[in-house]
Design a protein around this ligand. Sequence first.
Ligand SMILES: *[C@@H]1O[C@H](CO)[C@@H](O)[C@H](O)[C@H]1NC(C)=O
Ligand SMILES: *[C@@H]1O[C@H](CO)[C@@H](O)[C@H](O)[C@H]1NC(C)=O
Ligand SMILES: *[C@@H]1O[C@H](CO)[C@@H](O)[C@H](O)[C@H]1NC(C)=O
Length: 246
Amino acid sequence: MLIVLLSLVLGCVSAKSLAPEIQKCRKSDPQLGECLAKTVFDSILRFKQGYNELGIVPLEPLVIQKLEFGNSSSGAVAVQHVYENLKLFGITTFTIYDSVANFSDENCYWRLKSYGNLVRMEADYKMSGKLLLFPINGHGKCNNTLYECEAMYNTRCEKYTKNNKKYIRITDFVFKLKPKKVVFDFKNLVDGNEYLSNEVLKTANENPMQVYADVGPAFDEAIAKIEKEIVNRVFSRVPEDELFLP
Ligand SMILES: *[C@@H]1O[C@H](CO)[C@@H](O)[C@H](O)[C@H]1NC(C)=O
Ligand SMILES: *[C@@H]1O[C@H](CO)[C@@H](O)[C@H](O)[C@H]1NC(C)=O
Ligand SMILES: *[C@@H]1O[C@H](CO)[C@@H](O)[C@H](O)[C@H]1NC(C)=O
């Protein structure tokens, strides 16, 4: 079970244009993937403080009101996680290094890989259950850092017509983040017991990839949901012929 709440941007839904400074790609370009990599990277930098007109929330940091997942019954972590006021830093620093796209047909796709040095997540957390065999029941601040991250995106989309204009909609959005190193910082993992809290945290940080292997997929799924929604907000406002050159 996964619950994700992102703040809504309410805006007028009439057809919009991309900002004129954004370089558009040609759908027929044999190097479309590379062109998109550059354009999207430039757009993310340009819009990282958010852009209401296109439904883009601020991206640096990306604020997630609430993220809840849990009840994995196997593995090192069998636990319920709730994160509130989650701030994710670093997603705008990723550089795309492998990008293949085709938007010519009704069934379009974009697959890419990207790399970022550091992702940090600060939040108010609640966690109950077991962490590496320790029974825990903690709540407080957390500040976790992921280093040397490879991100993989695999997206598919479809086209539809609205008010006589063609639009694109992402249907499938798979995201996987692979950090090389993870450092956890959870305060008060064993509620009210500072000594045990520190011991459990120390153990988690001695086996960080084992802990991350269990929580990572839920984070990936949450990020995929959020990014898919952000992209679809833009796509539902900007018709295909404003996104691409022929
Ligand atoms: C995209 O796919 C279409 C049809 O499947 C093909 O004709 C075209 O060459 C492809 N374009 C690129 C840039 O690969
Ligand atoms: C998680 O599992 C426990 C025990 O089976 C159950 O009581 C609880 O309601 C479950 N929580 C969620 C959010 O599904
Ligand atoms: C989280 O950790 C980073 C790096 O150690 C630090 O700069 C930042 O201030 C911390 N954030 C909070 C809310 O403690």
